[in-house]
Write a protein that binds this ligand. Structure first.
Ligand code: SF4
Ligand code: SF4
Length: 250
C-alpha cells in the first residue's frame, strides 16, 4: 500500500548533485583534513545514477562529507517524506571555501568550471540539454538497503521502520545491482526537478535558453560541443538557438 509521497526538501541547494558529480579525484578539495573529517551518512551507501536512453549509465559516489537525510512532514495530502542533502562539514551556510565558491567562482575546485551547476542543466529546457549532453538525462538516488545506512539517514527510526516507509512511497522502486562490490538491493528514487532547490545568483542565473546560457558560459559550452560534434559544432548551436526562438514566437 502506498501511503507516502517523497520529494526533495524545499530548500536552496538541497539536491547536492555537485557533491556527487563534481568532486575531484582523491577528494583533494578537503585538503589535509580529509582523513580526520567525519564520514557523512551518504558514504554508507547512497549513489547517484545518471541515465539516458542513448547514454551509458554512470554511477557517482558521494563526497565523503555529504549527509543524506530523510524527514517526515505533514502535508494537506497526508504524511510525506523529504530528502535533504547537506555538507557534513559545516552545514548549509558554511561549506568549505573550495566548495562554497561553486558555482560562482571561476577557479573553484570543480574540474568543469566556469559552468552552470549540474542541477541547473537538469532543469533547463530540453533544447539546451540535448545540445550539450546529446540526450535528455535522468538522475536517480540509489539508496542501499543496508541496516547501518537506513538507521543513519532517518534519525529516530529503526532500519526496519525506514525500510517500511521507503517501500510505502509511490515514487520509490527497488532494484538489485553490483557496482564494484557485493550484489545489493537498492531503493531507487528519481531526483525531482524543483526550481526552489536550485542555487542562483547574479553570476549564476537560472538557464532560460540556449542563447543566454551560451553568452554566460561560452568557453565551457564550446568545449563540450566540440567534443561531441567535432568541427561542425557551430551548426548544432545555431539550430538549437533557432528552435528556441521558434518556441518563443509560438
Ligand atoms: S543546486 Fe547546483 S550548486 Fe547547489 S547542490 Fe545542486 S548542483 Fe550543487
Ligand atoms: S565538502 Fe561538502 S560541499 Fe564540498 S563536495 Fe563535500 S559534501 Fe559537498
Amino acid at each position: 500500500m502506498n501511503i507516502y509521497s517523497i520529494n526533495l526538501a524545499d530548500d536552496i541547494c538541497a539536491d547536492g548533485i555537485c557533491c556527487f558529480m563534481s568532486i575531484p579525484k582523491e577528494q583533494n578539495h578537503l585538503g589535509m583534513w580529509k582523513s580526520f573529517l567525519k564520514r557523512g551518512t551518504a558514504s554508507y551507501g547512497v549513489k547517484l545514477l545518471y541515465t539516458a536512453l542513448e547514454a551509458k549509465d554512470i554511477v557517482y559516489r558521494p563526497c565523503r562529507c555529504l549527509n543524506f537525510y530523510l524527514k517526515e512532514v505533514d502535508t494537506p495530502n497526508g504524511p510525506a517524506l523529504r530528502v535533504l542533502l547537506r555538507c557534513g562539514i559545516f552545514g548549509k551556510n558554511c561549506r568549505p571555501y573550495t566548495c562554497k565558491a561553486f558555482p560562482d567562482k571561476a577557479d573553484s575546485f570543480m574540474h568543469d568550471v566556469p559552468a552552470p551547476c549540474i542541477y541547473n542543466e537538469y532543469l533547463a529546457h530540453e533544447n539546451y540539454v540535448k545540445l550539450k549532453h546529446k540526450h535528455i538525462f535522468t538522475l536517480f538516488y540509489a539508496i542501499k538497503d543496508d541496516h547501518t545506512l537506513l538507521r543513519k539517514i532517518f534519525p529516530g527510526y529503526t532500519a526496519e521502520e525506514v525500510r517500511k516507509k521507503l517501500s510505502q512511497c509511490s515514487e520509490v522502486g527497488k532494484m538489485s545491482a553490483i557496482w564494484n562490490e557485493k550484489p545489493s538491493e537498492y531503493f531507487i528514487l528519481e531526483v525531482s526537478k524543483v526550481s526552489s532547490v536550485l542555487y542562483i545568483s547574479e553570476a549564476h542565473p537560472k538557464i532560460t535558453g540556449v542563447k543566454q546560457a551560451y553568452r554566460l558560459w561560452q568557453g565551457h559550452i564550446e568545449t563540450w560541443l566540440e567534443r561531441h560534434y567535432g568541427s561542425t559544432w557551430q551548426d548544432y548551436l545555431t539550430r538549437a538557438i533557432e528552435q528556441d526562438d521558434r518556441k518563443k514566437i509560438h
